[in-house]
Design a protein around this ligand. Structure first.
Ligand code: HEM
Length: 486
């Protein structure tokens, strides 16, 4: 149209009629972050225009472009596009992750920052984390003793650790349909990740008819919400009977905040249910996949693994188990976590933003309604910011100048600005304790004597987050045995 004609859009690859750039994206295979990084490089476009079907998309692939989107024009990009499956999932009330920027989002964000995910709240779940990590270590130790030299499926053990810890912190230990809920939520994530035809061609009734995804999302959503309602009823009953535990779980906190009322916008039970579902969704796969990449990188980099183990031995001085009191002293371990988030940002394009108001970014116009992605995967490997970018070298963070807290735009694996991840403290707590314990108690090797660690397959798979395509199987050998009574 005329107005768009006067705009100066960012450069991008040539387009076909109707499908736009879908063919280039499809030809690049399922790892869209890599394809987009490649296209941006080839077109010398740190800010790049694409059209995916009918949807206009802009991808930011440099620290400057990321800064303009998440800082300079933060408000203009502080809302998110809603896919057809996401629409189903927020049909009874909105949560935090996809809620449009506005009064309700502000209220929920404040509750998340001050009540659900604050440092104090994270601290209150310390016992849960120590028990669950203790169980993981005991399971590995039992396998190592019963079947020496055999590999364990570390991917699965880590996924179980994270989902059990999430379930206990979010919904409490006593919800007996926990497993059913976890499975339903996992299925929901599978259904809703990726674009469906109806999202790429919103004006086409045919696309909506042949895309059965929305119907599957609907059925899954009903099932999950019924389970969450059941958990809420149990919490209410316990509360009415005065049978409350000392530590609130996140459901208790949300019910309390909801009853207290106040705030600019009231919280409905619909909001409460959706926020509960989102806490599982946002917190589980992200942390589990990050930990799986961490252990994979340590196998590929034995020097780094032994340096971390030396630090652990020096810090713990013969203690029988790792506790959270020990974590503060583990400086190198924290550098490893940073370096791993650089090479494996599990949300590689951040969560999509939508432009609310046409604005100028890097001298180009980004029109209202554009979906905006920030390719942190590409920025994190750009030789412009990183020396030897493909090498896993935790020491690069030693001087402490660069952190992932949203102010160093060459390194924003948790995003930046108003929509930045509010769960960093939550994620760090479990990842640090789990990693420290796995490295303190065990040595880890690939199966087969003398197999070079470079043989480890590192193929990625993109679901809701980037995960290992194949599970990580490693052979544990006990370094520091668990205390006899555990
Ligand atoms: C390694 C772990 C994690 C990574 C890499 C990660 C990454 C991200 C990213 C990239 C975003 C989008 C930011 C943006 O648009 O700028 C996000 C949003 C979010 N994350 Fe995380 N996250 C992690 C763990 C968690 C945990 C443990 C929780 C909660 C228990 C959580 C809760 C959320 C929520 C609620 C949002 C949406 C915030 C909003 O839209 O206002 N995340 N996360």
């Amino acid at each position: 149209n005329g107005a768009a004609g006067r705009l100066r859009l960012p450069p991008g690859p040539w387009r076909l009629p109707v499908i736009g750039n879908l063919h280039q994206i499809a030809m690049g295979g399922p790892l869209v972050h890599r394809t987009m990084a490649d296209l941006a490089r080839r077109h010398d476009a740190p800010l790049m225009s694409l059209r995916l079907g009918e949807v206009p998309v802009v991808v930011a692939s440099s620290a400057d472009a990321a800064r303009e989107i998440t800082k300079t024009h933060d408000v203009a990009f502080a809302t998110r596009p809603l896919s057809s499956t996401i629409r189903v999932m927020v049909s009874d009330g909105e949560g935090l992750v996809f809620t449009p920027y506005g009064a309700l989002w502000r209220r929920l964000r404040k509750i998340a920052m001050l009540e659900l995910l604050s440092a104090r709240r994270v601290q209150s779940f310390r016992r849960v984390r120590e028990e669950e990590v203790g169980r993981l270590v005991a399971a590995v130790a039992a396998a190592a003793a019963a079947r020496p030299g055999e590999a364990v499926n570390l991917s699965q053990l880590i996924a179980e650790l994270i989902s059990d810890t999430a379930a206990r912190t979010i919904i409490g230990d006593r919800f007996e349909k926990r497993q059913e809920l976890l499975e339903g939520l996992t299925e929901g994530i599978r259904i809703s990740s990726g674009f469906s035809l109806g999202d790429l061609f919103p004006s086409s009734r045919l696309a909506n008819l042949i895309g059965g995804t929305t119907r599957r999302a609907e059925a899954n959503h009903r099932k999950n919400l019924a389970l969450i309602e059941c958990a809420l009823r149990q919490h209410e009953e316990r509360r009415a009977a005065g049978d409350e535990e000392d530590d609130e779980d996140l459901v208790d906190v949300l019910l309390r905040v909801q009853k207290e009322g106040g705030g600019e916008v009231p919280l409905t039970m619909g909001n409460v249910k959706v926020v509960i579902r989102e806490m599982f969704g946002a917190g589980s796969e992200t942390s589990a996949n990050t930990l799986q990449w961490l252990m994979s990188e340590l196998i590929l980099n034995p020097r780094v693994m032994s340096k971390a183990q030396v630090e652990l031995s020096d810090t713990l001085r013969g203690k029988q188990t790792v506790t959270e009191d020990d974590l503060a002293g583990l400086k190198y371990l924290k550098l490893i976590i940073k370096e791993n988030l650089r090479l494996h940002p599990v949300v590689p394009l951040l969560l999509p933003r939508e432009c609310q108001k046409t604005c100028k970014v890097m001298m180009y116009d980004v029109p209202v309604g554009t979906t905006v992605l920030v390719n942190v995967w590409s920025i994190n490997r750009d030789p412009k910011y990183w020396e030897d970018p493909e090498t896993f070298k935790p020491e690069r963070f030693e001087d402490g100048h660069i952190d992932f807290k949203g102010t160093d735009f060459e390194f924003i694996p948790f995003g930046a600005g108003r929509r930045m991840c509010p769960g960093i403290t939550f994620a760090e707590a479990i990842m640090e304790l789990a990693l420290a314990s796995l490295l303190y108690h065990f040595d880890w090797k690939l199966l087969g004597n003398g197999i070079s660690s470079t043989k480890l397959d590192m193929t990625e798979e993109l679901g809701a987050t980037v995960r290992r395509k194949n599970d990580l199987y490693l052979v544990p050998t006990i370094r520091v045995p668990l205390p006899a009574d555990s």
